[in-house]
Design a protein. Structure first.
Ligand SMILES: C[S@@+](CC[C@H](N)C(=O)[O-])C[C@H]1O[C@@H](n2cnc3c(N)ncnc32)[C@H](O)[C@@H]1O
Length: 276
């Protein structure tokens, strides 16, 4: 198994601390009523931003157990530092691929929360089956993503086209490099929102929340996401991270000014589904 050590410099922390992003995730947790359960898995927990939001919502911290699962050791370490020592609630940091959920978390749980990560997994059917097995009857599976076909509203497309073209031009002109499309990760092939709903329904879940929420993403959102390794590898495959980040951030600054932008919209999908 290839467990990942993410470079600290290119992690998700600066993006995940932005207020607009916190609101997006709070919306999922509140729609799914996360907080009343006793045993909760935070899948793909990253540096602990969602774990913190779950902790804030606990109706009774006593006897609550949270399993925070990620394959990045640096992300887990940052999460543990961020959350600190909590005497009243057990937070277990689990170093594992999400695809090994069955073996990684032995307990049956009341909720599995999976924020902004489901799009990474190539075999989603297999993972959703594991999540269902992991849940107690009545347990909920709550996830959100902004990586699906349709997450870019029409009025954001011109910005994206211009941003990518400009950044690729900067990459070539200033660094003498081009992106290698053949290096694009297969798992980034995107489903439609309806495909995600069908995925959970076909696994036998009852969908309780199916929410499409248009979010106005500010400049700093696009700026910080340009420093996240997964984003750089997705839009500039094969390009060294430091160079990709610089080209994307330079291109962004230029296009943002030229188009006189305040925000660019993106649509987040939030789903909550119950195990019968
Ligand atoms: C975009 S971040 C999301 C973090 C957090 N859930 C949030 O919503 O802010 C994705 C996280 O998923 C983790 N990840 C991606 N693929 C994974 C896999 N196959 N197994 C375990 N963790 C994975 C990455 O290490 C990263 O921490």
């Amino acid at each position: 198994m290839n467990l990942v050590t993410a470079s600290e410099e290119y992690n998700f922390t600066s993006f995940s601390n932005l207020p607009f992003y916190t609101k997006v995730n709070e919306r999922l947790l509140d729609l799914a009523e996360v907080g009343k359960q006793r045993k909760i898995v935070d899948l793909g927990c990253g540096t602990g931003g969602i774990t913190k939001l779950i902790l804030e919502r606990l109706q009774s911290a006593k006897d609550t157990v949270i399993y925070a699962v990620d394959h990045s050791t640096t992300a887990l370490k940052a999460a543990a530092e961020e959350i600190g020592d909590r005497k009243d609630v057990a937070v277990n940091y689990v170093h594992s691929e999400v695809q090994n959920l069955t073996g990684a978390v032995k307990d049956k749980v009341d909720a599995v929360v999976y924020c902004n990560s489901i799009h990474y997994v190539p075999n989603k059917t297999e993972l959703v089956d594991q999540i269902k097995d992991k849940l107690l009857p009545g347990g909920i599976f709550a996830f959100n993503t902004s990586f699906y076909e349709g997450s870019h509203p029409d009025d954001s497309l011109l910005f994206f086209r211009k941003w990518m073209m400009r950044s690729l031009r900067i990459l070539k002109r200033d660094y003498g490099m081009t992106a290698d499309k053949s290096a694009k990760v297969e798992s980034r092939v995107q489903l439609k929102a309806d495909d995600y709903i069908a995925l959970v329904e076909n696994a036998g879940f009852k969908v309780l929340v199916n929410d499409l929420n248009r979010v106005e993403v500010p400049h700093e959102g696009w700026h910080h996401i340009s420093g996240f390794s997964d984003w750089i590898e997705g839009v500039m495959p094969g390009v060294p991270l430091d160079v990709g980040r610089e080209a994307l951030q330079k291109g962004l600054a230029q296009i943002w000014d030229e188009m006189n932008l305040k925000t660019i919209p993106r649509v987040w999908l939030s789903v909550s589904a119950a195990k019968a």
